[in-house]
Ligand binder design. Structure first.
Ligand code: 9MR
Length: 371
């Protein structure tokens, strides 16, 4: 009689421990031997306006990215005006909590300042002037944080969906050399900072091959690039685990680290065939496109948890190639997906709900390490 009872008690204790494990373990601790776990923070969070949010950020994550505040329009709004206030505050929060800091982002066609491509007369600048402006932007900002900001998304979204260069004004004026210039200037300003190329849809074969072309081209010219940032704005079924795995392996073969830099999983119907992050495209809202305004049904909650678990199982398998996984927002209420590609919807993209409570997906992610 004694033995079975002891066994039952032991099993019960184990079961209890396993669910307690998920509740008590933080993401950063659970994945400490795998990769960094990061989060994108908004202005209020950088300002530490809400203690509950600050506590969640610092207890769960060990890497920080500014969701908006370090983009060109904020840091360099006029030709001779730089604004360092928010970046300083971000660093303060990060350093006080031993967190890795990613500078997002140096050269991007979006959230730019209107003066960047214009002469004082309103004409479009030439390549030489563009190169000077990119150099000043990068050397001033990266130089200011030399030895403090650990890594930079040097160039963001320079590719079109077919893998060719996006026809942004950076490309139209500067040609493909604007990319290598940006990496050169960043390296010169802080030789120790990690430098990344960052983009969305980087699992799709054509765009993936475009990114590999950029990485190989930089490497062939001896220009430092340390990582590729796969943004990872994904859905419940796209991209497939197989395609994500192929991309991880192919990127790793070029010799760079793979980073998942803006992870979120939308559970809402998409007006497109494939997920994207091109913020210039928007659609009208209607009830069919916004099916869960009052809460997520359990069945979809389960699907989301399973999708997250499948993704993290794959990440764990390839943790030798992955440097960091960053979630694009702290909790569902703050996800940019509530307003994109349709404004005013209710999405459930992240691991914490609108009350900042861990969702099933959180436990599922933690359990991929434990199991
Ligand atoms: O999450 C950001 C959102 O608050 C901004 O309105 C938007 C404007 O372009 O940028 C979002 O972040 C983007 C990131 O900087 C680059 N990759 C795509 C992200 C989602 O648009």
């Amino acid at each position: 009689m004694k033995k079975p009872l002891t066994l039952i008690l032991a099993v019960l204790a184990l079961l209890g421990q396993s669910s307690l494990f998920a509740q008590k373990t933080s993401l950063k601790d659970a994945f400490k031997d795998k990769f960094l776990m990061g989060v994108a923070v908004n202005r209020y969070q950088i300002n530490q306006s809400n203690k509950k949010e600050t506590d969640l950020i610092t207890s769960q994550f060990n890497a920080l990215t500014a969701e908006n505040d370090m983009k060109w329009m904020h840091m360099h709004p006029k030709k001779n005006t730089f604004n360092f206030e928010q970046a300083h505050k971000l660093l303060k929060l990060a350093k006080a909590n031993n967190m890795f800091v990613v500078g997002h982002t140096l050269v991007w066609h979006s959230q730019l300042a209107p003066w960047v491509f214009k002469t004082v007369n309103g004409d479009t600048i030439d390549n030489l002037e563009l190169t000077h402006r990119i150099e000043k932007h990068i050397s001033t900002i990266v130089g200011k944080y030399k030895g403090k900001i650990d890594a930079w998304d040097v160039v963001n979204e320079a590719l079109a969906e077919d893998g060719s260069y996006r026809k942004s004004l950076f490309f139209q004026i500067g040609g493909e050399a604007f990319i290598e210039n940006a990496f050169r200037f960043a390296h010169a300003a802080d030789p120790d900072a990690e430098l990344y190329y960052n983009d969305y849809n980087l699992i799709d074969a054509k765009k993936r091959d475009g990114a590999i072309r950029i990485i190989n081209s930089l490497k062939s010219k001896n220009i430092k690039i340390d990582g590729v940032g796969v943004q990872a704005h994904w859905s419940l079924d796209e991209p497939s685990i197989e395609d994500i795995e192929t991309a991880i392996e192919m990127y790793a073969q070029t010799g760079v680290k793979v980073m998942f830099t803006e992870l979120d999983i939308s559970v809402l119907p998409s007006p497109w065939n494939s997920p994207t992050a091109d913020v210039s495209v928007r659609f009208e809202n209607n009830p069919a496109m916004d099916p869960y305004p009052n809460g997520l049904p359990d069945s979809v909650q389960d699907q989301l948890a399973k999708r997250y678990a499948d993704i993290f199982k794959l990440f764990n398998k390839h943790s030798d190639k992955i440097g960091r996984v960053t979630f694009w927002g702290l909790h569902d209420g703050l996800s940019w997906k509530n307003n994109f590609p349709i404004r005013g919807r209710t999405d459930y993209t992240l691991l914490f709900d609108r009350e900042m409570k861990p969702k099933k997906a959180f436990n599922a992610v933690i359990h991929t390490v434990k199991d």
